[in-house]
Design a protein around this ligand. Structure first.
Ligand code: ATP
Length: 267
């Protein structure tokens, strides 16, 4: 579990996150959503320590990351996997070498053990056959999967994904979402995804934090969204007439489920 406690972050006079508190839950896909400029990336960078916070703290399973020594921070960082926007693979390295990279940096054990672990991860993302290829020789979806294999190679407790679906077609996006969700459950990872993708929200949003102008405007699950009365959230998620209609249809379907009265009361 990752907790943000009263995080404040600004640049000069400009305050981006005035006071954010949120919990990223273990074994769940936690999504940070919000329009452009709402502070999602700044929040994620504060969480992983790429940006120092002005006030407040970030706790990793109860440990105060914000006030740790560099040595202690390094230990937490080794438990963090990151999937960057655009995959950020090294072009001059093969798929296998890209996935090996974190093991060379931080991993213990023999070269043989490391190679075995790399192949396990490539197998998990169904890319064993592409091990000797270079990034230029594979598709965007495959690159994302290499990025995922690299992010999980050190068995992370925490996984951060920045816009994992950017540049992918809807079908490939769904496959990537499914893979991230499966890995999250399989290894009980605290996964945090920064996304604009509404498919991801509706399919993978176990826990969603909606940011509006640097503040946490709403939080809940993909099921709660259907019944949310928060106008800003509704304008953001159900932006088109088509999606508003789809929401109403889904509400009708869910009304027929047993606990609909509770959902309505909750809002
Ligand atoms: N290093 C920086 N220096 C100054 N301002 C910054 C810096 N990084 C971000 N900002 C500002 O913080 C605000 C929030 O930016 P952020 O990148 O977090 O938005 P976002 O919600 O991730 O947007 P997008 O969805 O477009 O990626 C923006 O106004 C941005 O200009």
């Amino acid at each position: 579990m990752i907790e943000l406690v009263n995080i404040k972050k600004g640049f000069g006079e400009k305050i981006i996150l005035p006071d954010v508190s949120a919990v990223m839950e273990t074994g769940k896909v936690n999504l940070i959503i919000g329009s452009s400029g709402s502070g999602k990336t700044v929040m994620m960078k504060c969480m992983v320590g790429l940006m120092p916070v002005d006030q407040g703290k970030v706790l990793y399973d109860g440990q105060d990351f914000t006030n740790m020594s560099d040595h202690e921070k390094k230990e937490i960082r080794q438990q963090i996997g990151m999937l960057f926007q655009g995959s950020a693979l090294f072009d001059s390295m093969t798929v296998e070498e890209n996935v090996m990279f974190p093991l060379h940096m931080f991993g213990k054990g023999t070269l043989r053990d490391k190679k075995k672990r790399v192949m396990e991860c490539l197998e998990r993302v169904q890319l064993k056959d592409a091990a000797k290829k270079f990034p230029a020789e594979i598709s965007g979806g495959m690159k994302k999967r290499v990025g995922i294999a690299r992010a999980i190679v050190l068995n992370p407790k925490y996984l951060f994904c920045d816009e994992p679906n950017s540049g992918l077609d809807p079908q490939t996006s769904l496959l990537i979402d499914k893979l991230i969700k499966e890995l999250t459950l399989e290894y009980n990872i605290t996964t945090v995804i920064n996304t604009h993708d509404m498919n991801t929200v509706m399919e993978s949003g176990d826990h969603i934090v909606y940011m509006y102008q640097g503040r946490k405007q709403w939080e809940g699950s993909n099921k709660d969204i259907i019944f949310s009365k928060d106008e800003k959230l509704n304008d953001f998620i159900f932006a088109s007439d088509f999606l508003r209609d789809a929401k109403e249809m889904r509400q009708l379907e869910m009304f027929q489920e047993s606990n609909w009265r509770d959902k309505l009361k909750k809002g």
